[in-house]
Ligand binder design. Sequence first.
Ligand code: C5P
Length: 222
Amino acid sequence: LSGGSLSGKHVLVTSGPTHEPIDPVRYIANRSSGAQGTALAAALRDLGARVSFITGPADVPPPSGVTVTRVQTAREMAEAVAQALPADAAVFAAAVADWRVANANGQKMKKDGKGTLPTLEFAENPDILATVSQMAEGRPPLVVGFAAETETVVEHATAKRARKGCDWIVANDVSPASGVMGGAENAVTIIDDAGAESWPRMGKDEVARRLAARIAAALGEG
Ligand code: C5P
């Protein structure tokens, strides 16, 4: 489709978890179905954007009609994002693991029969959102981060927006009681320069459509 309000615009979306190997058969990861990022990529596509969709191993398949790059680790995701730039907008919906295993094993680790326990050492992963938000040159005009919080959502997300340097934070309450994690619905608050805007609880597809429209409006003003 062409002629939508995002036609001629290139939008980058990260989605899903990253998997950080412990050995060839084990990994650590954050919980993420990839549902919200996937819905968002589809909604941006529907408004006519050219979408670069960079996804970790998600539960849901990527949408059609977008350019898909599949990655496993945070470092691969960072590299794929760098390759996909420049963009008119970049939306970081992925649940990136903050740490990777520094002493990952090349071979499957085996029990030694004496009860010896492995020790994992960690190294910090690149913060993709912060890196792109703080690019001196070629920063996308609109950078959007997500914040999954379990308490004092607006306060934490406002602090996160300032720390990362992004334009908007889409904050959602992922406390177990909210049922958002892995579910079909989401309740989000958008934090931008003007303050916090809370949307009612709605389907992830509807959140995606409204976010895509808000992105189109912001790029149209620019
Ligand atoms: O700091 P935290 O992980 O809570 O921030 C969440 C936001 O930052 C999300 O938009 C996520 O995609 C992004 N992020 C990232 N790279 C990381 C960690 C988080 O892009 N290493």
